[in-house]
Every structure is written in C-alpha cells, then in structure tokens.
Design a protein around this ligand. Sequence first.
Ligand code: SF4
Ligand code: SF4
Length: 132
Amino acid sequence: MKGAMKNLFECKRCGFCCHGETTVSLDDEDQERMIAALGMPREEVAEKYWRITGSCVQMKVVDGHCIFYKDGCSVHPGRPGRCRQWPLHEAILLDETNFNIIRESCPGIDQDVSYARFCELVKEYNSKKEPG
Ligand code: SF4
Ligand code: SF4
C-alpha cells in the first residue's frame, strides 16, 4: 500500500484474512502470476496448491488456513488479486455494516478512520488497481 493508504492501513500480519475453510478464487491472471512466482509447471502448482472445483480455482486449505499462510503470506509476490486488494473490498461501498465488519476483523485498519474516508480509498484503489 502506498500514499494516504499507508497511514490508514498497514498489514499487521495477524493472518485473520488467510484463515477459513475456503479461499479467494483465482482468475486466469492470478493463476499465471502464481505460477510465475513459484517457478513451477502449471500441473505441479495445481496439484500441490490448488483446489479445483469445475471452473473454480481456489487455494488449498490446510489446518484451517490457506496453504500459503506461514506467519504471513509465503507466496506474497504471486498472491491473487483479491488478497492484494484486501481490505479495500467493494462491498464496503454498498453498506457501512460491511465496513464495520471488515474494520473489526482487520487490525491493520486505523480504527478511527471514517466510513466516508475509507470509501474514498476503496474507489481510488480500485480505479488504479495499484499492486499492494
Ligand atoms: S486481517 Fe488485516 S492485518 Fe491481519 S493479515 Fe489480514 S490484512 Fe493483515
Ligand atoms: S495467498 Fe497469501 S494473502 Fe492470500 S490467503 Fe493465501 S496466505 Fe493469505
């Protein structure tokens, strides 16, 4: 994260967003980025790290967290777009409740930031798609 965002969000590496029984899904661009970062053939990456259900590709879950979570993200340069975007999720723009839930779950967000200010950041980030 850069600029103004740096003052309002700084990941504390608590791992909350990497836990759960499913992960974000990977689109084609995410898959190619991850393959390049791991430096392995697609088949090997798919077998070791992906859970493929029909056309949906997610990362495997091990012990209740994403397979890449090891005191932080072990595939950081190759992580999916949704992980890069977090916590600037578009759902925040729809409802302040979504913002409150995300803010409470992510200790990296300045807990005093206003809803209006955070909406501005979400819009700014998503218009630039700046790598995190
Ligand atoms: S919940 Fe927030 S602070 Fe914790 S790892 Fe995820 S982005 Fe970082
Ligand atoms: S790819 Fe990295 S940031 Fe995304 S869920 Fe897995 S460990 Fe977390």
